[in-house]
Design a protein around this ligand. Structure first.
Ligand SMILES: Cc1cc2nc3c(=O)[nH]c(=O)nc-3n(C[C@H](O)[C@H](O)[C@H](O)COP(=O)(O)OP(=O)(O)OC[C@H]3O[C@@H](n4cnc5c(N)ncnc54)[C@H](O)[C@@H]3O)c2cc1C
Length: 331
């Protein structure tokens, strides 16, 4: 009762999605602050052993509803299970990933339960009264808003992938599985939609997990100059990121955009080339372990959060870095 629920998504290979493991890790820290438990909800087919992926991420209890009709996500059955379970268990808070699934499901659940929902949070905390602080950029990223929901429970939020850190915890002293029976939660009407065919398209560009990101801004000047970033990233075993200005100018593909309306990344090294450091860009990369800023302007805002600043023309500097990498390549 009154615990934190994390709605867990399943990947096509049957494992728990990264965003859900990130949320469980964050929920563990929040739950410890107010002495409550973290409970994961997994709805799907073939869930044998799935709890072990969650126990290592700080979960106390896994609600499992396994049914062959639930092999793939569908709105109606997941909505029925979540609303009935929330009404029964009355959690303190319910967290969803801000993914296509979370964005489909969370507003329906919140609307049905007549509670609030803060979408796309970038941070979560707990205030002195025990309310969940749901933090996200607002007004075009010009302010960071803290949204509270003091009167209604549960407090519901979606959080974007990559924003929270995935952590491994010792198994909790009490780690349990609660199997839910389909007949208690689902009705034939929940299955009026038939999935006839699924077409999966492989993601072409995925910079989220890259350990090194060489990122370019409008200061790179052209799509041609961006080729240098690809060359450097290739030599370093990394990926190429970009600002929205660079994407809008056609220097890079939209999938490479880092920031508030792009991807959130936290690589070991983020090399920012010709990037001013607008708040909307920083919100997607400031958790990087090491930031190197290359800019002609010594006062570029990004320099204030960089570990190393190189003042100079990014094309020149990157060309030298490529030359250096090649001359030191042991192959
Ligand atoms: C609602 C909203 C959402 C947004 N979401 C995002 C987002 O997700 N991601 C994002 O990136 N932006 C986003 N933006 C845009 C953001 O506000 C900035 O406009 C953008 O990040 C600026 O990109 P930039 O740094 O490449 O360009 P600029 O701000 O134009 O900066 C270019 C930089 O390059 C430097 N420079 C110029 N020439 C050279 C050179 N030869 N060598 C080295 N340095 C050089 C300049 O000194 C400058 O610092 C959003 C804006 C809004 C309103």
């Amino acid at each position: 009762m009154n615990n934190i629920f994390v709605y867990c998504e399943l990947k096509d290979d049957g494992h728990i999605a990264d965003v859900s493991l990130e949320l469980c890790s964050k929920a563990r820290h929040l739950a410890d602050r107010i002495n409550i438990d973290v409970e994961a909800v997994v709805i799907g087919n073939k869930l044998k052993g799935i709890e072990n992926e969650l126990f290592t991420h700080g979960v106390n209890n896994v609600f499992c509803l396994e049914d062959s009709r639930l092999a793939f996500y569908q709105t109606l059955p997941h909505f029925s299970v979540m609303t009935k379970l929330i009404e029964r268990e009355k959690p303190y808070s319910v967290l969803f990933g801000a993914t296509p699934v979370g964005r489909d499901l969370a507003p329906r659940v919140a609307s049905y339960l007549r509670c609030g929902l803060t979408a796309d949070c970038t941070a979560l905390d707990i205030d002195e009264n025990g309310n969940l602080m749901q933090i996200r950029p607002a007004f075009g990223g010009n302010i960071i808003a803290t949204i509270l929901c003091p009167d209604v429970r549960p407090q519901m939020a979606t959080v974007r992938e990559g924003v929270m850190k995935q952590e491994i915890f010792e198994r909790q002293a009490h780690a349990t599985v609660t199997n839910l029976t389909a007949a208690d939660f689902l009705e034939p009407a929940d299955f009026i939609v038939n999935i006839i065919e699924r077409k999966l398209e492989e993601k072409r560009i995925d910079i989220k997990g890259a350990p090194i990101i060489v990122s370019g801004g409008y200061g790179m000047g052209s799509k041609e100059n961006f080729k240098l970033l690809h060359e450097l990233a290739g030599l370093l075993g990394g990926e190429v990121g970009a600002t929205r200005a660079a994407v809008d100018a056609g220097f890079a593909e939209p999938e490479r955009q880092v920031g508030q309306t792009g991807v959130t990344v936290r690589p070991k090294v983020y090399i920012a080339c010709g990037i001013s450091g607008a708040v909307q860009h920083r919100s997607g990369m400031e958790q990087s372990s090491l930031i190197i800023s290359i800019n002609t302007d010594p006062h570029a805002p990004l320099n204030s959060i960089a570990d190393y600043v190189i003042t100079g023309d990014a094309v020149d500097v990157v060309t030298k870095m490529i030359k250096y990498c090649k001359s030191n390549n042991k192959k």
